[in-house]
Design a protein around this ligand. Structure first.
Ligand SMILES: Cc1cc2nc3c(=O)[nH]c(=O)nc-3n(C[C@H](O)[C@H](O)[C@H](O)COP(=O)(O)O)c2cc1C
Length: 271
């Protein structure tokens, strides 16, 4: 015979299981998968919206209007803009070998890209903001995964020798490099190749930012080991560039007539 106490315990447990299990599952699902139209937010990873392969601004106009921009409005970027910037930096453009937007010596791809997101730095649909912290970009899955949580901009600004634009930008892209991937194949010369590749990546970010009406600046002056620690990168990921990105206070536009006048004046001056 089951005692009255055990019977009551069994009833209570089964009622709890019936109610709590689905509730826990719903809560877990809400916590792990907030579904937007194209953005899937996981516990620690965000599947980025697919990059657009066409835009409204020509390559020529992006080249003409590219400028190092250091003053940003106090406004967030959207997750779509972050997606586009990361794809432009190092996204996939060929699906057999996984080749990328930036060329790479022997396709050794030494770079690993991180972003530092400030508090309310990136909007996700109407649902809110990306959690502040550092994220690592996976170009193949076009996904970012949390490395460190928290507002890291002040530390990054300190490590970047107190350059204000690093503190103010809603997002900073940090380009890091793993020398070994390229030197394994090319020896000492691989070092040169890696730095050249950082330049390609940086220019891609500049041009994409310009085409999106955003502003950025390539920051090379910072304390390497501190930046590495702040973003939570492993020892082999060496920071090469910090590129803060924001909405420009004063967008730059090259005037075509001004350019022609400049060229004409220089033709007259030179032999
Ligand atoms: C390798 C490299 C390092 C740079 N480092 C910094 C930096 O630490 N801080 C900064 O404000 N700008 C930095 N810049 C941006 C230059 O100051 C800028 O490109 C230059 O003034 C020309 O202006 P423009 O980019 O608008 O054409 C760097 C640029 C390069 C290419």
């Amino acid at each position: 015979m089951v005692s009255r106490r055990v019977f009551l315990q069994l009833i209570t447990t089964s009622i709890m299981a019936t109610l709590v299990t689905p509730l826990a599952l719903i809560l877990h699902a809400k916590r792990t998968y907030k579904r937007g139209p194209e953005v899937r937010v996981g516990e620690d990873c965000i599947d980025l919206p697919p990059p657009r392969l066409d835009g409204d601004v020509s390559l020529e106009r992006s080249l003409a209007n590219r400028r190092s921009i250091r003053d940003y409005l106090d406004e967030p970027l959207s997750i779509e803009e972050v997606s586009q910037l990361l794809w432009a930096a190092y996204g996939i453009t060929e699906t057999i070998h996984g080749f990328k937007t930036s060329p790479s010596a022997g396709a050794t791809y030494p770079a690993e890209i991180y972003i530092v997101v400030g508090e309310k730095g990136v909007t996700i649909g109407d649902e809110g903001y990306l959690e502040p912290g550092s994220y690592h970009y996976n170009p193949h899955a076009h996904r970012i995964c949390v490395v460190k949580k928290g507002e890291l901009r002040h530390e990054l600004y300190k490590a970047a020798l107190e350059q204000e634009w690093v503190l103010k930008a809603p997002v900073s892209i940090v380009v890091t490099v793993v020398f070994e991937r390229t030197t394994r194949r090319y020896g000492e010369r691989g070092i040169r190749y890696v730095w050249i590749e950082v330049g390609h990546i940086g220019q891609n970010i500049y041009l994409q930012a310009t085409a999106l009406g955003l502003g950025t600046v390539a920051v090379g002056a910072f304390l390497d080991e501190q930046v590495k620690k702040i973003i939570g990168a492993p020892e082999s990921h060496n920071p090469a560039y910090i590129m803060p990105v924001g909405r420009p206070v004063t967008p730059y536009t090259l005037d075509e007539r001004e350019l022609h006048a400049y060229i004409m004046a220089h033709r007259e001056k030179s032999t």
